[in-house]
Write a protein that binds this ligand. Structure first.
Ligand code: URA
Length: 189
């Protein structure tokens, strides 16, 4: 198994799908590599492509506010990655082939982190990681167990920017997440 640094170096050289040709930076992931909590978004947007960091635009600022409500902080106690590491041009949804080509990087991150809880941000991450006929408007905030790891999806922060009416439901989901963290994770939270 590769170390974190080896994995990051290899990922940043990836040419596994055509997105490498249009990217500025590979957005590998950020946060505490010893965390028990893995947050997974969809893929980099323009700001993330330019900076090489996940969730740095408006959606990222909202995500930081959401995390703060339950005492989480990307620099301290969570790790954030995306299902795909390179920006699809024009912010289109990633294709199935691009997701498939990229999944190995996230899988390797998952094996290194060994999370107790995985939070999918939005429908694309939830469809990929939780699967089934996942429907974000119906299934957000619910727990799915996979080999003892708890998976849950929240509305994507971009969706909450577009439709603030969904924020109260997300607040309830965050409080449920806070409760589960206390139950499942060590006392560093
Ligand atoms: N949206 C995502 O899903 N991921 C990012 O890194 C930024 C925006």
């Amino acid at each position: 198994m590769l170390s974190w640094d080896e994995l990051e170096t290899k990922c940043k050289e990836c040419t596994g799908c055509t997105l490498y040709a249009t990217r500025t930076n590979v957005v590998f992931g950020t946060g505490n590599r010893d965390s028990e909590l893995l947050f997974v978004g969809e893929g980099p947007g323009e700001q993330e492509d330019l900076s090489g960091e996940p969730f740095v635009g408006r959606a990222g600022r909202l995500l930081d506010d959401m995390l703060k409500i339950i005492g989480l902080d990307r620099t301290r106690n969570i790790y954030i990655a995306n299902t795909i590491k390179c920006r699809p041009p024009g912010n289109r949804d990633p294709s199935a082939a691009e997701q498939e080509a990229c999944l190995g990087w996230l899988r390797a991150q998952y094996l290194l982190i060994k999370p107790k809880i995985v939070v999918c941000l939005g429908r694309i991450a939830a469809a990929e990681l939780i699967g089934g006929d996942f429907k974000i408007s119906r299934d957000h905030g619910k727990w799915y167990d996979k080999d003892g790891v708890g998976f849950m999806a929240l509305y994507h922060p971009s969706a909450l920017l577009r439709d603030p009416n969904r924020r109260p439901e997300t607040f309830c989901d965050l409080k449920e997440l806070e409760r589960a963290i206390k139950e499942r994770c060590s006392n560093t939270y």
